[in-house]
Design a protein around this ligand. Structure first.
Ligand code: PGA
Ligand code: ZN
Length: 424
């Protein structure tokens, strides 16, 4: 049965940083109305699809999204009203054609993604299916291993830590809900350890603590101590993952990590640091250990460390098949980070995932540092079955919303739910 789109509209709402974002509603002739909100990054890759901002300094410091909202309410609405909502690929292609630019700068990737997500959600609702089922099929039942970002640095906090994300990965947990509990209990232990040292327990953009530690290595050591204090075995129960987001501490071709790691470093010296830390700490995954334009460095890092840990490319690929293809040819990593708003439509995001699968790469679906209460990512992650998610720390509602949705899905799948350690 056809389910036609009868109306599409958008409003300007706020993300978790209080910056304007786009929320889109799609109405169908069967009466269903579904909405979706678009996230926003802070340490964005140079080649991400363009997030259209008004640039009018009199409103929100230029960050208003009235133009993007307007594009949904006029150009996009005119083009897709009357279409069958289940034609996701066709509708996404229509959006891309309507925009007509290589970087989605005319309509704005924020306008386009809001529509793309709301279309998927409306179609699922009209079909009477949960979103993960609608997008992933009746056999989608893998709950992801959460990479929980417990210490925030880089552009996500003023902690002074150069590395952006220090994550815990409950590799020994028997199911998702237990993985979450391991995470919460360790997060609390980190808080207690910080308090005992007289350190700040304020949190950064993704909900991880943002203390003033001596350096990145001290952050790793603190987490390992907290894992033990919480009663878990580092490495066996809970491992570490890093997202240094190295582009943010690169300057004129050199890397400037914290003072504790010494002065300016080249790629090989950064790889040496990582190699050393892999021996000392139970690190299973490093994302953006080098800068987005350091393709040869990524390649060397993968040939040296790729058989021992997961090497993830985020800013270097920006969920774009053009860059992922090059990464596969040049063996730059063995995994990619996947963010819907880096590319701008649901269909293109799935194409990026398909390319990873064909290359035998892993992929990690991810939130942004600027998020909303929207839980699309949780369903999308289960639908894609990749087995890994980045959704932030164990506080802040916009992060917890994704975890809570995954708990619901786990409950709904019951005994059929799968959960294992993809990093084995
Ligand atoms: P962003 O950070 O959302 O600020 O880009 C997330 C990441 O780098 O993984
Ligand atoms: Zn990243």
């Amino acid at each position: 049965m056809d389910r036609r789109i009868t109306a599409v509209s958008a409003i300007e709402t706020l993300d978790s940083r209080g910056n304007p974002t786009v929320r889109v509603s799609v109405r169908l002739d069967c009466g269903v109305v579904s909405s979706a909100s678009v996230p926003s990054g802070a340490s964005t890759g140079a080649h991400e699809a363009v997030e259209l901002r008004d640039g009018d300094a009199r409103r929100y410091g230029g960050k208003g999204v009235r133009k993007a909202v307007d594009n949904v309410n006029t150009v996009i609405a005119r083009a897709i009203v009357g279409h069958d909502v289940e034609r996701q690929v066709e509708l996404d292609r229509l959006l891309v054609e309507l925009d007509g630019t290589p970087d989605k700068s005319r309509l704005g990737a924020n306008a386009m993604l809001g529509v793309s997500m709301a279309v998927a959600r409306a179609a699922a609702e009209a079909a009477g299916m949960p979103l993960y089922w609608y997008l992933g099929g009746a056999t989608a039942r893998r709950l992801p291993m959460p990479m929980m970002n417990v210490l925030n640095g880089g552009k996500h906090a003023d902690s002074g830590l150069a590395f952006q994300e220090f994550m815990i990965v409950p590799v020994g947990a028997p199911r998702f809900s237990e993985a979450l509990r391991y995470g919460v209990e360790t997060f609390r232990a980190i808080g207690a350890a910080l308090r005992a040292r007289g350190e700040s327990i304020a949190v950064g953009d993704e909900g991880g603590f943002a203390p003033h530690l001596p350096g990145n290595e001290a952050a790793c050591a603190l987490i390992v101590e907290a894992i033990e204090a919480a009663g878990f075995v580092p490495g066996r129960d809970i491992a570490l993952a890093l997202d240094p987001a190295a582009t943010s501490f690169q300057d004129e071709g050199a890397y400037l990590p914290d003072r504790a790691e010494g002065p300016r470093k080249n790629s090989d010296e950064m790889i040496e640091i990582y190699r050393d830390w892999i021996m000392k700490y139970p690190i299973v995954s490093i994302e953006d250990g080098l800068a987005e334009d350091d393709w040869t460095g990524f390649s060397r890092m993968t040939s040296l460390l790729g058989d021992r840990i997961q090497i993830v490319g985020d800013d270097i690929y920006v969920t774009n098949t053009e860059f992922i293809r090059r990464g596969i040819v040049e063996r730059c990593s063995n995994a990619a980070l996947i963010k819907l708003n880096q590319i701008g439509t649901v269909t293109e995001t799935i194409e990026a995932i398909d390319m990873c699968r064909r290359a035998g790469w892993r992929y990690v679906t991810s939130h942004r540092s600027g998020e909303t209460e929207d839980t699309f990512l949780a369903d999308f992650t289960v639908a894609m079955g990749g087995g890994q998610i980045k959704a932030g720390s164990l506080c802040r509602g916009e992060r917890i919303a994704k975890y809570n949705r995954l708990l619901e899905i786990e409950r709904e799948l019951g005994a059929e739910a799968l959960f294992d350690n993809p990093l084995d």
